[in-house]
Design a protein. Structure first.
Length: 655
């Protein structure tokens, strides 16, 4: 029975396998050295790429040395790529007490380092996110950035997946006196954007807020990661409505929002028409054709077929187009328009002919532009007032974004049921905007937000209000926003999902012996029969299994007692209240998990009859101590055979 790997994907290994399938002659082996638990130096052979051969395979001429080319480079770039690809032995632990509607919601709020979160979500949400919005640190010289460690290989990174300093911090102040001022910021953004691109759907899009300090570097970075052909726009957002009188030089009234698509499959949607655009359409003939306005019948693109007289039936007067112009339709089409009453001869019926332009015939929307004014999408002051109203006190954040700004992006880039992600969640504006947008148009968009448990500044309003971390404030903001939205006027078809599952990044549920059994002696193995940490619950194990197998983290989960054992059922065929009617009606669970011990053949048969897509057991759950050894292997083999007979399509694994 295969064991789950229980760590995030090793993207480097996956890339090597892809290259091996195309160019097997470019694969070689290198010796990798490591130190085992007893301090002994060990070595093993691992696959690697012969880059000289690969370069030649991809060139139509002889490759001799490096070639000059246009590209963005900085100290630490290669290390940042290594960090992005390296796996981590971490997990997401469910936190019911901090969640809202844990059992029914389809939204996620993750506490932890966003780089680690992006790694952990690589399998479950690969190619599934429609829109990403991020508001990263602007690198002004006072911002905090993530203190990533780039000086290690993927094996070391996997073993040392507790990325914190001695004080448990993941953030550092990136001052302008730092010799790697721009480089550290670019490295931080590079690794995260590389992973974020993987999560986007082929028709997905990313919006990135930034100011003038790093917009030029971010544009080059985005061009490299997403491709300059996938650059859509540099939106300029008017974030303030008044100049700062004490500003040195120029008063800054704007931010940038860079927009990149994943591929040409992205479809940009139209924005709603404004009242000003619809105002001219005020005439109604009462014939069911709707509102209309008069429009000129003349066009400048001359055509002889458009030169003919139009007779006013009320005055018998003929009208010809002015010299150099012609009517916009042929004579035959004009006859049809006259018959359909689409030609207007003035209020008294005695004027020159005009076309009736019906509102339902014009484009039902407007093309978004790159200048977003505060009148249309809000400004910083409005965002602060929005938070003050929610918390009924001073705003706990310094520079939140208005929900109206994010809603504009949602209108342009998403439809119902799309997944929206923000891995620099900050004040929680994106989750708030998603719920608000759904309530207005009846959509069922889901959000995934990620925020580090960054400590609040002791001088901040949030700290004075009793919040210890930014995550706590953001979590409370989303909860309060959901309550307020439901209390308002909402679209009839909205499902009113204002909940969110809180998942917290933590070390793996598995002990070290699980990942490095070759580095443990027989005595060590006997002393560590439990390969699962003592403080972890069955639900903790379940969520790590979901991550490892790429099963949806918001699918319904039910727990039921079968033959005295706790069994988890995950999937759309599962009723949240514990009823398994959906499975009994022929639907199969996405996953069944049993982490109890002393698993019997009878229980295995019961579960096999439900024919799940996947099932997982504890590796040491198949037997108990009998004399001087284990009978687990025999029971485990029986379990595999039972599933082969009763449910051959089920993927059976252990941990």
């Amino acid at each position: 029975m295969d064991k789950l790997k229980m760590h995030s994907p090793d993207i480097t290994v996956e890339n090597i396998e892809k290259i091996a399938a195309l160019f097997p002659n470019c694969i070689t082996e290198i010796k990798s050295e490591s130190v085992d638990a007893q301090g002994k130096l060990t070595s093993r052979l691992t696959k690697a790429i012969d880059f000289d051969l690969l370069k030649q395979e991809l060139s139509g001429s002889i490759v001799d040395g490096p070639q000059e080319r246009y590209h963005l480079n900085w100290p630490g770039k290669r290390e940042a790529l290594l960090t992005a690809n390296a796996p981590i032995a971490k997990t997401l632990r469910p936190c019911r007490e901090d969640s809202v509607n844990f059992d029914t919601t389809e939204n996620l709020f993750i506490e932890g380092d966003n780089l680690e979160a992006l790694k952990l979500l690589q399998e479950t949400y690969l190619g599934k996110v429609k829109m990403i919005y991020i508001d990263p640190p602007y690198n002004t010289g006072k911002d905090f950035i993530y203190a990533d460690n780039f000086a290690e290989n993927s094996d070391d990174y996997l073993k040392r997946s507790d990325q914190k300093d001695d004080d448990g911090n993941r953030l550092i102040t990136n001052s302008e006196s730092n010799g790697r001022f721009h480089s550290d910021w670019l490295s931080m953004m590079y690794s995260r954007l590389k992973l974020a691109r993987n999560l986007l759907k082929d028709d997905g899009v990313i919006f990135i807020s930034i100011d003038d300090n790093e917009v030029s570097n971010l544009r080059k970075l985005g061009d490299e990661i997403f491709g300059n052909n996938n650059f859509i726009a540099n939106i300029v957002w008017q974030k303030k409505y008044a100049a700062t009188n004490d500003a040195k030089g120029f008063s800054n009234l704007h931010d940038h929002i860079l927009v990149y698509k994943k591929s040409d499959q992205f479809e940009r949607y139209l924005l709603p028409r404004t009242e000003e655009q619809n105002k001219p359409y005020k005439n109604d003939d009462g014939d069911g054709k709707g509102l209309w306005r008069s429009d000129n019948l003349l066009v400048r693109s001359f055509s002889k077929s458009g030169v003919y007289p139009i007779l006013n039936p009320n005055t018998e007067k003929e009208y010809f187009p002015s010299e150099g112009n012609c009517w916009r339709a042929s004579k035959e089409t004009m006859k049809t328009w006259l018959k359909e009453n689409k030609i207007f001869f003035g209020k008294d019926g005695k004027g020159a002919p005009q076309l009736k332009r019906y509102l339902n015939e014009v484009q039902q929307g407007r093309v978004p532009n790159t200048w977003w004014t505060f009148q249309e999408v809000g400004h910083n002051d409005a965002a602060n007032k929005e938070l003050k109203a929610l918390f009924q006190s001073k705003s706990p954040f310094d520079t939140p974004k208005p929900t109206t700004l994010i809603q504009q992006m949602l209108r342009v880039a998403t439809k119902s049921n799309d997944i929206v992600m923000d891995f620099f969640s900050g004040s929680g504006t994106t989750p708030h905007a998603v719920m608000k947008m759904n309530s207005e148009d009846g959509g069922n968009r889901k959000f995934i937000a990620v925020q580090l448990a960054e400590k609040c500044n002791e001088k901040s309003e949030g700290y004075r209000a009793g919040y210890k971390t930014i995550f706590e404030i953001s979590r409370k903001r989303i909860e309060l926003a959901g309550i307020k939205i439901v209390e308002g006027k909402n679209h009839a078809s909205w499902n009113q999902d204002i909940g969110f599952r809180v998942l917290k990044i933590d070390t793996s549920n598995m002990s070290d012996v699980y990942y490095n059994p070759e580095n443990n002696s027989q005595l060590d193995l006997l002393a560590q029969v439990e390969n699962i940490k003592a403080d972890r619950t069955d639900e903790d194990l379940l969520f790590q299994v979901l991550l490892d197998w790429g099963v949806g983290l918001t699918l319904p989960i039910s727990k039921k007692q079968i033959l005295g054992k706790d069994v988890f059922f995950v999937g759309e065929g599962v009723r949240v209240n514990g009823d398994l009617d959906g499975l009994n009606q022929g639907k199969c669970a996405d996953l069944i998990a049993c982490f109890d011990k002393n698993i019997t053949d009878d229980l295995v048969k019961e579960l096999a009859q439900l024919q799940p897509l996947r099932i997982v057991f504890r590796d040491d759950g198949f037997g108990s101590l009998q004399g001087n050894g284990f009978d687990a292997d025999a029971v485990k083999i029986n379990a595999q055979q039972i599933f082969k007979q009763l449910s051959p399509a089920t993927d059976v694994k252990s941990l």
